[in-house]
Design a binder for this molecule. Structure first.
Ligand SMILES: Nc1ncnc2c1ncn2[C@@H]1O[C@H](COP(=O)(O)OP(=O)(O)O)[C@@H](O)[C@H]1O
Ligand SMILES: [Mg+2]
Length: 278
């Protein structure tokens, strides 16, 4: 993994004050689907408490697979994955919570917004009174308190995505994994949800790994961006951004934001060139 710090740090006030305790550690991880080719060159990645890491890179480089490895949805064929210092094979007994948000909000159409958000609590056997309170808190966080009794068909695409985020937050996750969650939304809605997401993750200290095709979204949200290339899938550059800056609408007007967009845009072009494939 190359850390391209000097060039970027000048433009973005590079900081090193992200707390060091690792949330997830991948060491020498390899992975193949059903006896197929290896997806990754042996992959190393350390995720620190409270950081917002964004993965960008060309289609097929393994971003979704990397999220699934972190979530332990798929198993590595070599190497180790540790969650909070413990081997990920012991996840069942782990007290840490993970939430996964996909591009499609996948709501139950026959159930109200409140019932959709309550689903993970119902599955976990949380008492009704406690679940109701947590559902209403989560809906308030995403600005949907008024819609608790609505059905998904009554909501816009952006509102459905908010429900999906509320359903992830209701479990009070320690680690949030998001795979192109706002990719299907218009830019205006996406910008608003990005600002909300940044605020929520910051307020709650949630460690997040986020996948996007948008360098603007990456530059806006992240404390760190990892640029991946394909065949084999690998992280070719990482960039650290000043996470002390609040990511609100005014952040988009700052020179640091446009500098970051320019550098990430260039890095993504380089990662997509045929020469980036080995
Ligand atoms: N379920 C699967 N079975 C077999 N191959 C897969 C599966 N999912 C992804 N792949 C392959 O793994 C590689 C990485 O895919 P993926 O992680 O989806 O990349 P990305 O999210 O960056 O587009 C691709 O070559 C893809 O075709
Ligand atoms: Mg993907």
């Amino acid at each position: 993994m190359i850390s391209a710090r000097p060039k970027f740090s000048a433009a973005l006030d590079f900081v090193t004050n992200i707390p060091a305790s690792p949330v997830v550690t991948l060491a020498g991880v390899e992975m193949a689907y059903d006896g197929g080719e290896d997806i990754f060159a042996p992959l190393d990645l350390t995720l620190s408490q409270g950081e917002f890491l964004t993965l960008i890179g060309p289609s097929g480089c393994g971003k979704s697979t990397l999220l699934k490895l972190i979530a332990h949805v798929v198993k590595p064929t070599a190497g180790t994955i540790h969650w909070w210092g413990a081997d990920a094979t012991g996840l069942n007994g782990h007290d840490k919570k993970l939430a996964f948000v996909f591009q499609d909000p996948t709501l139950m159409p026959w159930a109200t917004v409140a019932a959709n958000v309550r689903l993970p609590l119902d599955l976990a056997g949380i008492s009704e009174a406690s679940a109701e309170r947590r559902v209403m808190e989560a809906l308030a966080h995403v600005g949907l308190s008024e819609c608790a009794m609505h059905y998904p068909r009554q909501l816009s695409g952006g509102m459905k995505m908010r429900v999906s985020i509320a359903r992830a937050l209701v479990t009070e996750p320690d680690l949030l994994l998001m795979d192109e969650p706002f990719g299907a939304l218009d830019e205006f809605t996406r910008n608003r949800l990005d600002a909300d997401l940044s605020r929520l993750c910051r307020e709650r200290g949630i460690t997040t790994v986020f996948v996007t095709h948008s360098i603007y979204e990456a530059a806006f949200l992240s404390t760190r961006v990892a640029v991946m290339a394909a065949r084999p899938g690998r992280i070719i550059e990482t960039y650290e951004l000043d996470h002390s800056l609040v990511r609100d609408a005014s952040f988009r007007l700052q020179s640091g934001f446009s500098d970051a967009c320019r550098v990430l845009s260039r890095a993504l072009v380089d990662a997509s060139l045929p020469g980036a494939e080995q």
